[in-house]
Design a protein around this ligand. Sequence first.
Ligand SMILES: C[S@@+](CC[C@H](N)C(=O)[O-])C[C@H]1O[C@@H](n2cnc3c(N)ncnc32)[C@H](O)[C@@H]1O
Length: 198
Amino acid sequence: MSKTFSEWYDFFMSPLERGRFKKIRVQLLENASGRVLELGSGTGVNFPFYRDVEVTAIEPSPFMVTRSLKRKEQSPVPIEVVQAGAEQLPFPDNSFDTVVATLVFCTIPNVEAALEEIKRVCKPDGKVLMFEHVKMTQPTLAKVQEVLTPYWEKVCDGCCLDRETHVLVEKKGFYIEETKDYYKSLFKTMILKNEKKG
Ligand SMILES: C[S@@+](CC[C@H](N)C(=O)[O-])C[C@H]1O[C@@H](n2cnc3c(N)ncnc32)[C@H](O)[C@@H]1O
């Protein structure tokens, strides 16, 4: 993540964040419990919305880590930010009760490796909370996403518009317990159960 992108991220996202996104984030994070791992925490947009949990956040961009420090201090819960990528998590097996990923699976270069790491560090009965944009169900809109992605990726620091994260999670053995669509299925929240054997 470039320094410039990190500096402008909150500004560009603010119309969405002030509107529907805040409510979506708050509702999703109400499902977090115990020890929480947040992936790709960026500027720390989720940090003010956690309650009664202990959060470890990983973020590979040093610029994003720096920008998240103010929100970390303002959070009502303890938050530790570690510089790392989701494909290689520096934590032992079965460390977390909840894993949170918001608007991050569009950008992670190796999605399959990241899902395997979630499975490893999440407790056998743990849950994964996701808020992601995905490839849309309407075929024409999905085609537009495909065509735009190579250009969008360059402008938005690796963000792919046409990822099928909701399909991949099931392939990797997560069970979708609850899902909600927003903006004509462009955005989805998902509550996943980590179904590995203890
Ligand atoms: C669109 S931003 C979303 C930030 C934040 N999660 C939110 O909800 O606003 C995507 C974030 O994913 C991070 N990222 C990129 N590659 C990653 C990886 N391999 N593992 C974890 N995070 C990654 C980026 O640095 C960036 O902060």
